[in-house]
Design a protein. Sequence first.
Length: 362
Amino acid sequence: MRGLMVVLERLGAVSGILVALGCAQDAGPRARGLRTLDPPGAPMGAAVQRANRSAWKVIQGADFNLDGMADVLWNDPEQNLMAVWLMDGTRLLAPGPVIPGPLGDGWIAASAADFNLDGMADVLWNDPEQNLMAVWLMDGTRLLAPGPVIPGPLGGGWVAVQNLFDLNRDNMADVVWNNPERNLMAVWLMEGTRLLAPGPFIPGPAGDGWKAVAIGDANFDGMGDVVWNNPEQNLMAVWLMEGSQLLAPGPVIPGPLGDGWIVVTANDFSGDGEADVLWTNGEQGLMAIWLMDGSRLLAPGPVIPGPLGEGWAVRTAGDTNFDSLADAIWQADGTNLMAVWLMEGSRLLAPGPVIPGPSDGG
């Protein structure tokens, strides 16, 4: 009889645990003790509900409306959608409409820059699986004219590099291709949506694991240069370019101490007209800005913790507050939450609020 009572007591305890787990699951992340991030003034759980629609990704900070401040390009690669959000500093000024991408599967909005000399950013689409690209001219948040689909360099494995820049001093963005498997790069000079001249294949730094990850003017000559990153070995290198030709490969430079660091972008954070390098560590939610002098490291900045919560990493950068210094744009992995942090050189000036991005409904 006593044995039967013990069994019944244990069954009752297990039943209670199952009921408690079920209630916590229904109640959402807060009831399970998980950290959530709601925007100021939002109902409890509202940001979490929108953040669960997590296919949207922050792609690029670029000026789409000619106000001198960077806006945010979003992409949903699963549904082949894009949207431009106009920003005013750390504040969302106006969310743009959701725009379907090129016909077919596999397209991603890879980057944004001014391709047609109107001072407003346009969008570069890339289909890595089919080795295709297309430039879409924009008028603010509105699609002005979709450009033709253009085949990429010969062979498989090519991807368009983020963080576009003008490489031949005609004030129109060009496209840099990278083939990580073969450790190659190529510069394609563009004229609006049209391919002007495909450049030669250029071998990357010696060794395995290198990727061309960002473009920026590192030596103040008005032409973009290429930043290479080797995440496995935590190394970087800046290669100075002259159009589609390699001018001078820079030295290999070790990254911040510790594992998990990657180069995000190259942008001018110090106001000297030369691109600096932005690092992020998504596993630990950290960032660091390295001030550069050409291909040489001038001063490594301090490691800065990101927004509260897990999964935060810097996705891109751009001058969002019209002070001629680039700022950092964060996104929480697996969510559609973003935040703009105003920077002053390698130092944090002001962290902006967390802002929910586009949802599946637009």
